[in-house]
Design a protein around this ligand. Sequence first.
Ligand code: LLP
Length: 427
Amino acid sequence: MLFPITYRVNSRGHMEVGGCDLVDLAGKHGTPLYVYDEDTVRQRAAEYVSAMGGAGEVLYSAKAFASPAFLRIVADEGLGLDVVSAGELHLALKSGFPAERIYFLGNNKSAAELELAARSGCTIVIDGSYEFELLDRVVPQGRRVRAELRISPGIKPDTHDFISTGQLDSKFGFSIENGQARTAIEQALAHPRIDLVGLHSHIGSQIFDLRAHAAAMEVMLDFVAELKRDLDFEPGVLGAGGGLGIAYTRADDPPTPRAFVENLRGALEAGSARRGIRPPRLVVEPGRSIAGPAGVTLYTVGSIKDIPGVRRYVAVDGGMGDNIRPKLYGARYEVLKAAEPEAPATVRVTIAGKYCESTDILISDANLPPVSSGDILCVPATGAYCLAMASNYNGIPRPEVVLVKDGSSRVIRRRETLDDLLLAEVF
Ligand code: LLP
């Protein structure tokens, strides 16, 4: 699924999402423009929730993309939220997200962050023994915070295969292998400010091979059985993280959210039965696979530079400031001409950004119909980790974001102004 579910080519031959013509949207709102399709967000979220049934909770991982309107949709679909900073928590609370459905993660939470998390009533996922000290300091006497421990199961996935090495060398989580997880559980159970409700894990992101998650579940369940046997502690909740991959190009064929959850549920239920333990409630926290396919980016073509026999650079009005992924991860995207997405792609071009770095290239060697300055280009599958990692590098304001549904568009984040860039400056 490369496009939002409402994508079609309309009677004018233009790309359309959420009933809105993308060429018209670019004209109305300007570019670069991030367009989110409400139906896709809801469908992806609902698929997770329905696959989970009553077996546990689905959290949305706010780091993929968050804004008040977006978070309200996610909350409305019944999801909880994973946040990793005071900033994300503040946004969530200001957006009206129910605190009891929020989980606060992160490997180096500050005292101020833990204090805010404790005060708000969210669940804290402890990641490092230093947090035991901090919680002692910031949680008022007589009060306890609902907490989980982040455990490192020692499974290292990638998109093709997985290998169970490298577990010790991660900044995240208490390692089972070297005994730190066991010690941390004992510390948490004895801690006067902590109500330990479960364990948490997360093995990686943009994963297509679900066997890595099933393998991690086995390791976690072995640990759960050990805790029951030795400490008479039965975690009520087992977090399996996020990580389901999405299609960025036509060649990608990731598993569905339903398959992702069913794989984990199967491993959890069968594995618990085999070990004679009560299955804990499963928690998953997808980010990319909910926000990613729902978003597309629109750019306007500006300068075109031909180097005969070498390359044709087509420069757009955004780039690494709103989508760092090609530069940071070598991520590959598709690009289409919004006014004629199905015209034969007869020219080979390289889509360059407008940032002052020669590596600010969005897509090398893309095939498009002939393009001219002023044309609108659409890059699909940009809903996750693009705007979320956007910067104001080169003094360029961040783009506007619209939410589309049933033929209407609504601005959910306005375009930044030049004065916005100066907000924190001291003159
Ligand atoms: N839970 C934890 C603990 C995580 O660290 C992450 C992502 C998630 C959940 C959500 O994972 P997802 O379902 O989105 O794969 N900036 C990178 C991705 C970084 C992911 C970090 N952690 C990118 O653009 O590919």
